[in-house]
Write a protein that binds this ligand. Sequence first.
Ligand SMILES: [Fe+2]
Length: 266
Amino acid sequence: MSDISPVSIAQVTDIHLFAKENQELLGMPTQDSFCAVIEQLKKLGSQLDLLLLTGDISGDGSPESYENLQNLLHPLQIPTYSVPGNHDCAIAMEEALNLRLFSRRKSFERGGWNFILLNSSVPEQVHGYLSAEALNWLDDQLTIVDEKPTLIAIHHPPFLVNSQWLDGSRLQNPDDFFAIVDRYPQVKLVICGHIHQEFQYQRHHVRCLGTPSTCIQFQPNSPDFALDDRQPGFRHLKLYPNGNWESWVERVPYFYQLELLATTGY
Ligand SMILES: [Fe+2]
């Protein structure tokens, strides 16, 4: 990589794999739709330097679902980093993702950027929360690392998306999070999962990005739980060593029949 070439990243989120490969989530066979995303990633091939998985990798928290993930991603041969979401079992996930390509590191440097991966999941809860330990660790990391541009990945968004049902389960202590982030101008990006839709939020020097799921999509601006018929997708990011970045969402051609009468319980 030259001094000016970007690090190229795919953010892949809310995959919701199950122990049973053909199990559906609200009418969507999640492994099937994930395979459509993988086909798109294959087309990017050597362009991609790493994958960031921002939680809800599993829909049932089973070790088998994580083994399915490894088997499906292995042919890509792209270094992969991850944080858990509310549907994951953080312990099972850390134990099961044991192939060489799957790193357990939660703070690393690549292409002139720092990456910090935060666990916002709370066992048995849908909402997110950053413990005092996690907040202290974040503060420490931002102190220790130099002033290279920094990306933070976290499952639960620290912002509202104008959907009452979904906003109730966002990160519950965003003020604690931003009280730290606001003090470090090198933080450029916060990328999130959980909301199953594309979203952008600007907070001072930080752009926060929400990203579509690789399976079901949630309808934007809906006060109650509602599915959207937009296609599954992922986010492509290009991060330049000078702190500039570009990012866009890619949707994949995958068609399915939603369970339109589905109610929340997500
Ligand atoms: Fe999800």
